[in-house]
Design a protein around this ligand. Structure first.
Ligand code: PMP
Length: 289
């Protein structure tokens, strides 16, 4: 693929020249918000839902995005078209902007609006065929009263620490529990199980990001007549589940076949997981932005 051009505040820069200030509070303090989306056949899947979540995240941290939601949506489409990409990963990043040292957001100006379109491969391809082997991280998900996981902020250290634990255990993903010891989500994906034909996933108040892929999969499952239950879940529920999978814009739908060394179901990728994954891939190509 030829080198991509990055959108920063309305201008396209070659990747090598796409730069922002080292005084930007996005870099200094992780002060900012972001979105990760995918385009299929040139259309951004659930663009509006991603924009709504981005503007809500920004509102929650009192960050004013210096353009309207509609204009940012158009800018995302323009960046995709500019790079002549049709099936891509799109990252929207809004930083607090450059300022003096010190946390005070009032000492910054000019939030930076960055749009990156590129390709992403979260997990090795064979994991989609054979499923992930994951462990439970000792690092719990951020307490909602500390940094609400519903805010998709530039501060991902909580997730990165859990991901490091996973890697040290030889796994490419890790399960994160919440402050109550319940299942929350994985480091960059939401989690689902299937048991006796019903689909289970933790509710939003488990302290998770309300995934856009999660919501799409819930809709799809309901549309094919599945019973979907959003309820608190413990690791026990995963140990005894028939099937398990993760969802995310970058990951799409990826099966999980082992948690903490214990095979889930018969230890192979589940039938319903495959069915939902195929339905998801059909759905994203039909859905318009
Ligand atoms: N949880 C976390 C912590 C995430 O970072 C993400 C996005 N990568 C998700 C869940 C999945 O969200 P979505 O389906 O909206 O990409």
């Amino acid at each position: 693929m030829p080198s991509v051009e990055i959108y920063i505040n309305g201008t396209f820069y070659p990747k090598e020249d796409a730069k922002i200030s080292v005084y930007d509070h996005g870099l200094l303090y992780g002060d900012g918000v972001f979105e990760g989306m995918r385009s299929y056949s040139g259309r951004i899947f659930r663009l509006n839902e991603h924009l709504v979540r981005l503007y809500e995240s920004a509102k929650a941290i009192q960050l004013t995005i210096p353009m309207t939601q509609a204009d940012l949506g158009e800018a995302a489409k323009a960046t995709l078209a500019h790079n002549k990409l049709v099936d891509a990963y799109i990252r929207l990043v809004i930083t607090r902007g450059a300022g003096s040292l010190g946390l005070d957001p009032a000492k910054t100006s000019n939030p930076q609006v960055i749009i990156i379109v590129d390709h992403i491969e979260l997990y090795p391809k064979d994991k989609y065929e054979n499923g992930l082997d994951i462990i439970t991280a000792a690092t719990i998900r951020n307490h909602p009263a500390a940094l609400n996981p519903r805010i998709k902020s530039l501060n991902y250290l909580n997730n990165i620490l859990a991901r490091i634990e996973g890697k040290l255990a030889g796994c490419s993903e890790a399960l994160m529990l919440n402050h109550r010891g319940e299942v929350a989500e994985c480091t960059g994906d939401n989690i689902f199980t299937i048991r006796h034909g019903s689909l289970f996933t933790p509710p939003i108040d488990a302290g998770i990001l309300e995934g856009i892929t999660r919501n799409a999969v819930i809709e799809l499952a309901r549309s094919i007549g599945m019973n979907v239950i959003e309820a608190a879940m413990t690791r026990h529920d995963i140990y005894v589940a028939d099937e398990c999978f993760l969802t995310g814009s970058a990951a799409e739908v990826i099966p999980v076949v082992k948690l903490d060394g214990r095979p889930i179901g018969d230890g192979a990728v589940g039938k319903v997981t495959k069915q939902l994954s195929e339905a998801f891939h059909r759905f994203v190509r039909q859905a318009s932005a």
